[in-house]
Design a protein. Structure first.
Length: 336
């Protein structure tokens, strides 16, 4: 894996990755402290990919871009790769400012719409009930119930959205971009490829430094998300080293096939950790989380860590290596 020999963009700057593709980077208030956003130069104006969270900080950063590097032509479209707040959160506001339509896949739009529609009471109850099934401590459950709809704190309302599928094509000045939709990091995550120039915008599915979070959804915590992600990685490991991989975080790089193999091995090791943790008796999702994540977690991180632990347990169940038994509302995972 070889990082591209280009410095990341500074605040208010766009860096060209191709003659019609530009890289922007916005600051985020999380441990993962930035997001990469992209602008396609088309015959009609700018086509943007992803938006950041709904916050004053992101609004200010977009204002700098829209009155600076992007000011020369209109924004003609906003693509949202998936429903996570750092990608969809500011989409509605950006559409209102620019008048541009939003493009999303159907599954991600449905997930975003569901998350935005839940009241604080309903969302808090769903979160609390899920954490109870996971076996988290009572004080953690009570706290998360009181926090309401955390998603709505980071995401604004969505206007009408144009739903696209794999038949859609986005045209930039020098390329044609084909969407693909995969399950793993989210249920219908969109990436974009220009096959003629061997450019693959993987967004959050093939990150160069960290493993993407592979989590179950609050709406379907039994799904084998990791199994789907393994399928994606198995396809990506055949990428040749001349493809430029363009991610939603960190830096573009060559060697996507090598990185896919690295990520397969990473998750294999995580599964081994859980096999070992369950060797002497049943474990809960909370127990699996503590085996996988040994550092202190914020509320934001606890959600993703617990749901990732559950995704790994689900995969072991799908492989017939574990079974589930519920006792007093808590789900336990047994070998066998």
């Amino acid at each position: 894996m070889t990082p591209v020999a280009i410095n990341p963009p500074e605040a208010g700057e766009m860096v060209p990755l191709a003659d019609d593709l530009y890289w922007m980077r916005f600051a985020l208030p999380f441990r993962l402290n930035h997001i990469n956003l992209y602008a396609f130069d088309t015959e009609d104006g700018w086509l943007l990919l992803d938006c950041g969270i709904q916050s004053q900080g992101i609004a200010d950063q977009w204002q700098v871009m829209l009155t600076g590097p992007l000011a020369g032509q209109p924004v003609i479209g906003i693509i949202v790769s998936h429903y996570h707040a750092d990608h969809v959160g500011y989409a509605g506001a950006l559409a209102a400012i620019t008048g541009a339509p939003i493009y999303m896949g159907a599954i991600e739009h449905a997930q975003a719409s569901w998350s935005l529609a839940q009241s604080d009471d309903v969302y808090g109850t769903i979160m609390g009930n899920t954490y109870a099934r996971f076996g988290l401590d009572g004080d953690v459950i009570d706290h998360i119930r009181s926090q309401g709809n955390y998603f709505r704190k980071l995401s604004g309302d969505l206007p009408d959205v144009t739903i696209i599928d794999t038949d859609h094509r986005f045209h930039s000045k020098s390329g044609i971009w084909t969407p693909r939709f995969d399950t793993g990091h989210s249920p219908g995550h969109m990436s974009l490829s220009d096959h003629g120039r061997k450019l693959h915008i993987c967004v959050d599915f093939l990150l160069p430094r960290i493993s993407p979070n592979i989590s179950v959804s609050l709406r379907s915590i039994e799904i084998d998300m990791l199994g789907h992600y393994y399928s994606y990685l198995d396809q990506m490991r055949h990428l040749t080293n001349d493809w430029l991989i363009i991610p939603g975080h960190d830096w573009p790089y060559f060697g996507g096939g090598v990185r896919a193999v690295d990520l397969i091995e990473h998750h294999d090791k995580r599964l081994d950790l859980l096999r070992g943790a369950a060797a002497n008796g049943p474990i809960t999702t909370a127990g699996a989380m503590h085996a996988l994540f040994t550092f202190d977690l914020t509320d934001h991180e606890l959600f993703f860590a617990s749901c990732e632990a559950r995704a790994h347990l689900n995969h072991l169940v799908a492989r017939n290596e574990m079974q589930i038994q519920t006792e007093d509302g808590i789900e336990y995972f047994y070998p066998g």
